[in-house]
Design a protein around this ligand. Structure first.
Ligand SMILES: *Cc1c(COP(=O)(O)O)cnc(C)c1O
Length: 362
């Protein structure tokens, strides 16, 4: 058993800011003087109303959302969104364009097609094992939306700039890079993000949706699968995941008040990622798997000369207080997930450790 905290490079659920965990611990038994835990109070109480409203307000401020965007909290993770999008927007023979950049995009495509909905794969990077982000894409004129995965958690690639889709709104799965950088929000009709990578614990999915999108949704859908239900009830149609939303609220507060907003967060994220990529690029022992122009600032994927060494480094790193470096089971290799809450100190420790490991095993 570890007696102290380690540097956590887990892909998700992932590291949270220590100050947030401490704040939760302090308020855990007696939330806001109620004499009850946040887990024990009513979701209809004034105290919880303040939590969810503050989480919404902070999301709007951080991302510069105008009043024509709604901030929703759903359950079912990003994986339910894959299907909910098609259910809400692709009835009556409407069609959408999808860009396939890896495992999660592939799943989004599959779940959208389940009810026989019509979609086109406008571009894919499958030809090179999803190691890059496609360019110069032709979109269908009649597409209701273009779906992308802004950061490919497993393959370690990320859209540095978003595709030019003209008037077609972009729908993006931002599970692993939401709030990691400022966004030009006007391009987006819908954004969704499972909280457990960059903004909170598992159990809640943040959804940002534009008014004109809501107007397209048919009425004959199950309430819990209709975005309009969440928008009209401030995500309180039924009991929401109160504790998860509370944690998201605290992470957003940390982003605003401790970090100082998304421009500052982006600068920190760039510094962390460049430190690690520069080290990997200078080494003949480690090899990055994503094409340099498409590299993710969040998930740094790399290989060692052989699989035995990959096993060994993951194990030895953990013994040295550096956890979660195993690549996804579908691709192997190593992956350091360095989301917002990962400190520069954690990344420096990792690079020092990797340099040492190379000396001993290279
Ligand atoms: C983790 C992840 C998902 C799956 O999220 P769940 O909340 O577990 O459904 C989807 N998309 C991306 C980009 C992810 O990183």
């Amino acid at each position: 058993m570890k007696t102290k905290r380690i540097f956590n490079f887990n892909p998700g659920p992932a590291a949270l800011p220590i100050s947030v965990l401490e704040e939760i611990r302090e308020s855990f038994l007696n939330f806001m003087g109620t004499g009850m835990s946040i887990m024990e109070i009513s979701h209809r109480s004034k105290e919880f109303d303040d939590v969810i409203n503050d989480a919404v307000a902070r999301t709007k401020r951080l991302l510069n959302l105008k009043d024509n965007y709604h901030v929703l909290f759903c359950q079912g993770g990003a994986s339910l969104q894959f299907h909910m999008i098609a259910l809400n927007f692709l009835a009556d023979g409407k069609s959408a364009d999808y860009i396939n950049t890896g495992t999660w995009s592939t799943k989004a495509i599959k779940e959208a097609q389940i009810l026989g909905r019509s979609i086109q794969v406008a571009a894919s990077s499958e030809d090179k094992n999803f190691s890059y982000i496609p360019k110069h894409i032709q979109f269908s004129k009649d597409a209701v939306f273009v779906h992308i995965t802004s950061n490919n958690t497993i393959k370690g690639t990320q859209w540095a700039a978003f595709p030019a889709t003209g008037n077609i709104p972009i729908f993006s799965d931002m599970s692993s890079d939401i709030m990691s950088r400022p966004l030009d929000i006007g391009k987006f009709g819908l954004i969704y993000a499972g909280a457990q990578k960059n903004i909170g614990p598992a159990g809640v999915c943040l959804v940002i949706i534009r008014n004109d999108m809501l107007e397209m949704i048919p009425d004959n859908l199950p309430s819990m699968l209709n975005y309009k239900t969440y928008a009209s009830k401030n995500s309180l149609f039924n009991t929401p995941p109160c504790f998860a939303i509370y944690t998201v609220q605290l992470v957003l507060k940390w982003l605003e008040e401790t970090i100082g907003g998304l421009e500052k967060m982006e600068a920190l994220n760039q510094k962390k990622a460049h430190h690690l990529y520069n080290f990997i690029d200078a080494s003949n022992f480690y090899r990055g798997t994503a094409e340099p122009a498409s590299r993710s600032l969040m998930n740094i994927t790399f290989r060692l000369p052989n699989e035995e060494l990959e096993k060994k480094i993951v194990q030895e790193a953990l013994e040295n207080g550096l956890g979660g470096l195993k690549g996804h089971r579908s691709v192997g290799g190593c992956r350091a997930s360095i989301y917002n809450a990962t400190s520069i100190e954690a990344v420096e420790s990792l690079v020092d450790f990797m340099a040492n490991f190379e000396k001993k095993n290279g």
